[in-house]
Every structure is written in structure tokens, then in C-alpha cells.
Write a protein that binds this ligand. Structure first.
Ligand SMILES: C[S@@+](CC[C@H](N)C(=O)[O-])C[C@H]1O[C@@H](n2cnc3c(N)ncnc32)[C@H](O)[C@@H]1O
Length: 473
């Protein structure tokens, strides 16, 4: 692994020779793998199941849901537990910004730069899958990975916008309680995994990042309520993209930096840059040095908004052609009743959501999710299913996973060989002496749905998961 002259000169000039030597050793070393256990599953069972695959884990000190993969990291992205969303593969440092933002289910929360969703999924879990979590991402390609991950993690309290974070204050003014700005950056903290950064890194690129980071942060400040909190994080080490962005912001906008305590080793941020003295409160922001914690380099700062910002010019929104309907609405009530009876899902469970009908597809989102406009979302909540010819709801496999603790009827248990066919989207050629849509169970897990006929059981396991190599032990 090589380090470009540009980076090496930059590090030497700003941090000195010893730091550069440590940095060089760090990027040559292999990276550690960490996972974050989902709170929606029994952690002991997940750990035991991974043990059966030959995966050995070590709990991270001070972070109860984080584990280092000591052995078996090549298996960790291929297990059935992974595809069912029982854990998420994420670097240790990347888990810290969401922990510092610490949203609850009552906080209207936005993740401004969200793909591929490591922190969105963590925020949703911290909010206990309730309330309003909006995830925004500019790149259409990367939005796909965001959707894949929120779906995989069984989430129902989110909406996804594909747009420019710096313009979202035209929709949301003094609105959110908690905002994460995990900004695009020059990535010096993750070079160990992303060596290609070395090919393009230069100080011009650095400057264009600082401009975008500042615009994103300004937009976040305008979107935040007074008293609301913003976490600004980057995975880079440069002073320009971290301390200097904050220094500029503090001069112009009504925010203060809050003291934070990280659960892993970190250092106070700098308050001097070349000969310039920076705002002294910037020392409350933290730098995570990659080689000190065997993970990625990060910068994390928490801000509180202390005064109202001038009202942004609110974009005239198209009249919403999207409507979230109550489960009691005549548009959906009967369909939910049939679904409830067919699978034995208690109606009380189904009443905890609002529903979105898009032609023949139905989505469901936690009932407290709200936004002044819905037309800007490319996705709200999870897919419940599709309306089939007779007007009934065909349950989606991911919805079956979400309702796993409530489904009592029309379940078929598979053995391991049948499961392998199911996961590839095939038909299990056996007469199960029952017909219609079924929910598929393997050991203690609900895996998805399938349709039984006299010819066999046709898998409805989602297409995007079938291409994944899944090992079952
Ligand atoms: C550091 S990554 C985010 C990682 C993500 N928070 C996670 O934990 O998985 C920054 C993201 O910002 C996106 N981005 C770049 N410019 C943006 C903009 N103007 N508005 C919103 N997102 C932007 C990039 O495409 C990239 O996906």
C-alpha cells in the first residue's frame, strides 16, 4: 500500500514526523472487523449462532453492542443472521457519531449524508424503530445501498430523500431535534481500507470539501430547532475540514459546542492552525487517531443551537400526492383485517403503523413518523406487500421478518436443504398439502414468504438478497 507525496507532505507539515511514521505503519496494517448487534434480536442467541459458524467475537469495552471479530471475518457478511439483520458490519469509530447524537424516539431526527446507512440504521435502532428518522443522500447509486441496508435491518421509522443536503433547509425550517452531518470528506482516516484516496488527494480537493461541509452544516443549523443538537463528523484528519469548518461556523451562526465524552480513546481538537488562534471551545470536539484504537480515524463534534435562525426561504412544495393513511381508513381497513386473520397478526400490532398506498404496493411506517411534505421522499417505511388480483395483501418477505413475533398462522418450517433452495428464489418441489401464501420459518427464525401450490413451494425471498452468498450452519 502506497502513500502519495501530497498526503505525506500534508501530514508531515501539519502533524510532524512521528505522526507520519505511525500513519504509514497504520495504512500498511490490515484492518479489524467489527459488528454492531441489533437490539431487536436476542444478542446471546446471535453470538451463539455466529460461534456455530466458527466466528469468534470479543465485546468492545464500554460499547455493549459492539464486537470485534477475532476469527472468521471472511464469514461475517455471508451468514443467514447477517441477511436477517441481526447485526451490521461497521467500523468501531463509525459507531461513535450516532452514540454521541443519542436520539430518542421522541426526537425528530435527520441524517443528512446517509449512504450506505451505517449510522442511519444505528440511529433507527437507538430510536427503538419509532418516531421520525429522515435519511438523505445525494447519490442515486449510493441510495440503493442505503435502501438495502435499512430494509435488511428491519426498520420502519424512516423516510429516504435523495437530494442535496445543503438545500433541505428549504423544506425543513427550525424543525429537527437531532441532526447528523456525517460529511463527505477527504477520507484520510480510512486510507487503510480505501487506498485509492491516495490517487486523487490534493489540497484543491480539500478546499472543495470544506466548502461543501460548511454548506451542509449551515443547512443543518437552519433545520435544527433551538435547543436541538447537531453532530458533525468526518472520517478525515485534516484541520481544514474539521476545526476550520467549525471555526467559520461559530463566527456566524448561533450554535455552541457541547462537551462530549467518547467511549473510546480520543484527543481534544486543535485550537490553533499555523499562526491563527481558533475559537477555544473547539477543543471540546474530538479526534480519534486510527492506530490508537485499531479502527478508522474520525473527527466528532456536537453542537447545540442557541437561537432561532432567520426563516429560510421555504420551497413551494408540490401538493402532496402522497398520503399516509390510518389503519382505520376505509382505504386499507378491510385489507388489514384479512391480513391479520390470515397470518394471525394481532390487529393491535397493525394499528401501530401508518400506511402508504402506491398503486398496488403498500408500505408501512411507524405511526409517529411525520414530515411537512411527503412528496420529496423516494421511500417511506418498509414494504408491507402488494395488492393481488382479489384485493388481498400479499405479504412481503421483509414485512414477515418484521412481524416475526406476531405471526401465528400459515407458517411452513423448512429443513436446511429446502432452505437453501428457498434462499436462491427456487421452488421446493414437494406437496405441503396446503395452498396459498405462507410464511417461512427455519429453526427459530422467520425468513420470508412463499406461495404453496400442489406443484411445490415457490420462494418469494427478495431478489436483491438472492444474489448474496448465504451460508447456513
Ligand atoms: C461519509 S459518507 C456517509 C456515510 C454514512 N453516514 C454511513 O455511516 O454509512 C458521505 C455521504 O455523503 C454523500 N454526499 C455528498 N455530497 C452530498 C450532499 N451535497 N448532500 C447529501 N449527501 C451528500 C456522499 O455520496 C456519501 O454517501
Amino acid at each position: 500500500m502506497t502513500l502519495s507525496q501530497n498526503i505525506s507532505d500534508y501530514i508531515l507539515r501539519n502533524f510532524g514526523r512521528e505522526y507520519l511514521e505511525n500513519y504509514l505503519t497504520y495504512i500498511q496494517s490490515s484492518s479489524n472487523t467489527y459488528i454492531r448487534l441489533s437490539p431487536f434480536f436476542n444478542s446471546d442467541e446471535t453470538i451463539q449462532s455466529l460461534k456455530n459458524y466458527g466466528v469468534q467475537l470479543k465485546q468492545v469495552e464500554n460499547i455493549h453492542f459492539a464486537y470485534q471479530v477475532i476469527e472468521g471475518s471472511h464469514l461475517i457478511g455471508k451468514t443467514l443472521d447477517f441477511i436477517l439483520g441481526k447485526y451490521y458490519i461497521q467500523s468501531l469509530s463509525s459507531m461513535i457519531p450516532a452514540m454521541i447524537l443519542n436520539p430518542s424516539s421522541n426526537d425528530k431526527t435527520i441524517d443528512l449524508c446517509a449512504a450506505p446507512g451505517s449510522k442511519t440504521t444505528q440511529l433507527a435502532e437507538m430510536m427503538n424503530n419509532k418516531g421520525t428518522l429522515i435519511a438523505n443522500e445525494i447519490s442515486p447509486e449510493r441510495v440503493k445501498s442505503l435502501v438495502f441496508n435499512v430494509d435488511k435491518m428491519n426498520l420502519v421509522n424512516f423516510g429516504i430523500i435523495q437530494g442535496k443536503g445543503e438545500l433541505l433547509n428549504q423544506i425543513y425550517d427550525n424543525y429537527f431535534d437531532k441532526i447528523l452531518v456525517d460529511a463527505p470528506c477527504s477520507a484520510l482516516g480510512i486510507l487503510q481500507k480505501k487506498n485509492e484516496v491516495s490517487n486523487w488527494w490534493n489540497e484543491n480537493r480539500l478546499n472543495s470539501f470544506t466548502e461543501l461541509q460548511t454548506r451542509l452544516l449551515v443547512s443543518a443549523i437552519k433545520m435544527c430547532k433551538v435547543g436541538g443538537e447537531i453532530v458533525y463528523s468526518t472520517c478525515t484528519l485534516s484541520i481544514e475540514e474539521n476545526e476550520l469548518v467549525l471555526n467559520k461556523i461559530l463566527k456566524k451562526y448561533p450554535v455552541e459546542i457541547i462537551e462530549i465524552k467518547l467511549p473510546i480513546k480520543s484527543h481534544n481538537a486543535f485550537t490553533q492552525y499555523e499562526n491563527e488562534k481558533l475559537d477555544s471551545s473547539i477543543q471540546k470536539a474530538k479526534r480519534i487517531i486510527p492506530w490508537e484504537i485499531n479502527s478508522e480515524g474520525f473527527f466528532i463534534c456536537k453542537l447545540r443551537k442557541i437561537e432561532k435562525t432567520e426563516k429560510s426561504e421555504i420551497k413551494r412544495l408540490n401538493k402532496d400526492n402522497i398520503q399516509l393513511v390510518d389503519p382505520k381508513s376505509s382505504k386499507i381497513k378491510d385489507k388489514l383485517k384479512i391480513l391479520s386473520e390470515y397470518f394471525g397478526i394481532d390487529e393491535v400490532i397493525l394499528s401501530k403503523y401508518k400506511y402508504l398506498i402506491k398503486t398496488n404496493d403498500i408500505y408501512f411506517v411507524e405511526k409517529n413518523f411525520e414530515s411537512p411534505s411527503l412528496s420529496n421522499f423516494m421511500r417511506i417505511g418498509s414494504k408491507l406487500g402488494s395488492i393481488e388480483k382479489r384485493g388481498y395483501i400479499q405479504l412481503h418477505s421483509l414485512a414477515a421478518q418484521i412481524f416475526r413475533n406476531s405471526i401465528t398462522n400459515n407458517i411452513i418450517e423448512l429443513d436446511i436443504e429446502q432452505l437453501k433452495i428457498y434462499l436462491k428464489g427456487g421452488t421446493i418441489k414437494k406437496d405441503f398439502s396446503t395452498t396459498g401464501q405462507k410464511v417461512i420459518k427455519f429453526r427459530n427464525d422467520i425468513i420470508g414468504t412463499a406461495v404453496a401450490s400442489k406443484d411445490g413451494l415457490k420462494s418469494q425471498f427478495p431478489r436483491e438478497y438472492r444474489t448474496q452468498e448465504i451460508i447456513v450452519k
